[in-house]
Ligand binder design. Structure first.
Ligand SMILES: Nc1ncnc2c1ncn2[C@@H]1O[C@H](COP(=O)(O)OP(=O)(O)O)[C@@H](O)[C@H]1O
Ligand SMILES: [Mg+2]
Length: 384
């Protein structure tokens, strides 16, 4: 289980350390940084597939994603006596992301390259990457340590081994340096991070992937675009969770059920609705019904990941469906760790055993409401 998530200098998340529980819900007003938190976590997961540099470019590059405020907010600024001013930085600016859990912790530190004769002076570079034994990063707890192009690994006797080959500054140690003999822990951390699953707004328009019929295979995890919905539902129906799926559908739409038909390998949904003479196909379902089925397929996955992250699952769902959605989330949290970003008070009220963190803004920076310095989980960033 992940116990702490830490983010520094990512958009409005200037310096955030969050405690995570089995079911954590992030709430807050518009613009407080909820979506940024979701994206920061996804960026962290991208490092496990060496995709973080490309993902940052897709978000407008490192300079645009970095915290745009000052390094520190002085008392004079807080009291409104002087405007915010760009002061000389005392530390190098870096976008830092990390987590710690029951066993291992991982952190990365992105910075800009030293300018040179190249067109790629805005490419983010890994300045530091560390994997350690939990609970907190201490020199003696380090297992694998990357500084620039160098990777060092701790052996069983506790002494450092230089890996011997250098790693490109834009490649992640986690994905590109996983040697099962030198450092099996690195491989474990990488595979766990790769298993994290993220679901954001599902498309339900007329051309949405979930409305098309397609060739299906056994689907343990719904695709993030929902294109394999029929195969994913059928996989659940052939698993021990068949009953849970039937209950989830009946709970949301009393008297209804879903059937998945196949012809020549193509999988199609048939939604049997109380009062209709024939079942409806995926193309005919209302947006809300289709969206609910997508969340059911995602949350009832027979092979849950280490961490499941949902961004505003209530979007475009009728309030009547929120109790059923909350029941699905509560049940999923018994099998996997969940982080849910939500702006629906109603959904949050229906969730059981959730720890709720409310985000708010303090001089442009996201903070956790009611969290003082001493309430923060302990966290140390690797130094450059
Ligand atoms: N580089 C940046 N530095 C500081 N703040 C930023 C930066 N980029 C975006 N923001 C701020 O972050 C907020 C975006 O938050 P977002 O995660 O979309 O909020 P929510 O999902 O809670 O509505 C906005 O208030 C925006 O002004
Ligand atoms: Mg948002």
């Amino acid at each position: 289980m992940l116990t702490t998530l830490a983010i520094q200098n990512y958009r409005s998340l200037r310096d955030l350390v969050l405690p995570l529980s089995q079911l954590t819900v992030i709430v807050g007003a518009n613009g407080t940084g909820k979506s940024s938190l979701y994206r920061a976590l996804r960026l962290l997961a991208d490092a496990g597939r060496n995709g973080a540099v490309a993902a940052l470019a897709g978000e407008g590059g490192l300079p645009s994603t970095l915290w745009a405020g000052p390094e520190t907010i002085s008392r004079a600024v807080r009291e409104g006596r002087v405007p915010v001013q760009p002061l000389r930085r005392t530390t190098s600016v870096g976008l830092r992301l990390g987590y710690s859990g029951d066993e291992f912790g991982y952190a990365l530190d992105f910075g800009l390259p030293i300018p040179s004769e190249t067109a790629f002076n805005l490419d983010p570079e890994y300045k530091r990457e560390c994997v350690w034994h939990c609970p907190v990063l201490r020199p003696s707890a380090l297992l694998a340590d990357r500084a620039g192009t160098r990777v060092r690994i701790r052996d069983e006797s506790g002494s450092w081994i230089e890996s011997g080959h250098s790693i490109a500054l834009t490649d992640s140690m986690l994905s590109e340096f996983a040697d099962p003999r030198l450092c099996p822990e690195l491989l474990i951390v990488r595979d766990r991070v790769r298993s994290w699953r993220f679901y954001d707004h599902f498309r339900t328009d007329a051309d949405a992937p979930a409305r098309q019929s397609r060739i299906g295979t056994r689907t343990w995890a719904l695709d993030h675009d929902g294109g394999d919905l029929a195969a994913a539902l059928r996989t659940i129906q052939e698993s021990t969770d068949a009953e849970a799926l039937a209950t989830a559908i009946d709970g949301a739409f009393p008297g209804s059920s879903v059937e998945v038909t196949t012809a020549d390998g193509r999988f199609d949904l048939r939604f049997h609705q109380h009062g209709l003479l024939r079942p409806l196909s995926a193309a005919e379902l209302s947006d809300g019904t289709l969206r609910y089925l997508l969340w059911a397929a995602a949350l009832l996955s027979p092979r849950p990941p280490e961490l499941l992250v949902l961004n505003e699952p209530e979007t475009s769902l009728h309030p009547d469906l929120l109790p059923a959605l909350a029941a699905l989330i509560t049940a999923a949290a018994k099998k996997t760790q969940l982080l849910v970003v939500s702006h629906s008070q109603l959904l949050v009220r229906f969730l059981e055993d959730a720890s709720v963190l409310e985000l708010e803004k303090d001089f442009g920076a996201t903070v956790v409401a009611g969290q003082g310095r001493l309430d923060q989980p302990s966290w140390h960033w690797p130094k450059r």
